[in-house]
Design a protein around this ligand. Structure first.
Ligand code: PLP
Length: 357
């Protein structure tokens, strides 16, 4: 199997081996130590400000998005939501479900958020902003620093979904002023799906500690309290948390976050170079390192995904909704090499010869 999806992705052998082990009981000092090391490395890699804390939740990353909305905002807020694709739209739906007053900045698929567009909302009575720094459905990377400057100027509570961009594109939580950063186990962390991670800057720690959340499972104050001793309120996905630990250590050994980001960037650049000449258009005007979104000029995007999977044993990532037949994506995250890019490129060339692409 050769998997170029944008999650779940290919795991290293070390991470995979842990998946074959028995899952240990977890209310122990040994597991607490694993969790506290996970927290320490996550804070370092996100460049989180002093006093930040980490919560590990057992659910997919949408659970972390929902927890952030529920714990950080109420009906007394008025938030801006950047909606440039299906993940941005998910934040819009979460605000609707939880009764958080919001205004949507709707962007055409593939477009970045410009300073001009954002500053149309300058000086207005908003209290927060929700954005997916990498809009994975279109492969667009937004400018976390520019948005952070706007939030600072306007006093907005700033929530960054970095689910697919964390460790793929540079992100400096302290410098851009993000209050909340979200990611998940199955993207660049290259572990099985099941764990989402929320980093809370001091202002967010204070906010969630005082929040009155109508939920037991999504109560971040409870999670923070447990995490003081490296534990979670309920049984977590223990095995995946051990895999995350191995993966974070792997990254550390290989030179840290900067090295991993450079590796993903090189993997993306290599593929983009190799597919030049094929009838594929880049969808994103500001491409993220983790994923290349492509519009096949002649073929049907979903059919290309199916034929690659069924006849070549290669997974790319199809799109849903109104992008289903027009856009597919190639991921650059996880345990992939430049040789893997060549294998995929050869298959795409073959599809072109066969008139499918
Ligand atoms: C993958 C992803 C998510 C989370 O998706 P889940 O299926 O819930 O894990 C959220 N936001 C972005 C930007 C993503 O890429």
């Amino acid at each position: 199997m050769l998997n170029f999806a944008v999650g779940p992705v290919m795991c290293s052998d070390e991470v995979r081996a842990i998946g074959g082990e028995q899952v240990p009981y977890f209310r122990t000092p040994e597991f607490s130590a694993v969790m506290l090391e996970n927290e320490r490395l996550m804070l370092r890699y996100a460049k989180a400000p002093e006093g930040s804390r980490v919560v590990f939740m057992t659910n997919s990353s949408t659970g972390a998005m929902e927890a952030a909305v529920m714990n950080c905002f109420t009906e007394a807020d008025r938030v801006l939501v950047i909606d440039g694709g299906s993940f941005g739209h998910r934040f819009v739906e979460l605000c609707q479900i939880h009764g958080v007053p919001h205004e949507v900045i709707k962007l055409e698929h593939g477009r970045k958020l410009t300073r001009e567009r954002l500053y149309e909302y300058d000086g207005q009575p908003f209290t927060g902003l929700l954005v997916n720094i990498g809009e994975t459905s279109t492969g667009v990377l937004y400018d976390a620093e520019m948005i952070g400057g706007f939030c600072k100027k306007n006093g907005l509570f700033y929530v960054c979904d970095c689910v697919s961009s964390f460790l793929a594109d540079p992100f400096d939580m302290a410098h851009c002023g993000a209050d909340v950063m979200i990611t998940g186990s199955q993207k660049v962390l290259a572990c099985p799906p099941g764990i989402s991670i929320i980093i809370l800057a001091p202002r967010a720690v204070e906010r969630v500690t005082n929040a009155r959340v109508k939920s037991m499972y999504f109560n971040l104050a409870d999670a923070l309290k447990n995490m003081e001793r490296g534990q979670t309120p309920f049984t977590p996905a223990v095995g995946i948390l051990r895999q995350i630990n191995a993966r974070l250590r792997e990254i550390e050994r290989a030179g840290g976050a900067e090295q991993e980001i450079a590796r993903v960037a090189a993997q993306a650049a290599d593929l983009r170079e190799k597919i030049k000449g094929l009838p594929l258009e880049m969808v994103s005007e500001a491409p993220a390192n983790g994923v290349t979104s492509l519009h096949p000029v002649n073929g049907d995007a979903y059919r290309i995904f199916e034929v690659l999977k069924d006849e070549y044993g290669i997974w790319v990532c199809p799109n849903g909704g109104d992008m289903k037949s027009t856009v597919f994506r190639i991921g650059h995250i996880g345990h992939l090499s430049h040789e893997d890019n060549t294998t995929l490129t050869d298959a795409l060339k073959d599809l072109h010869r066969r008139g499918i692409l």
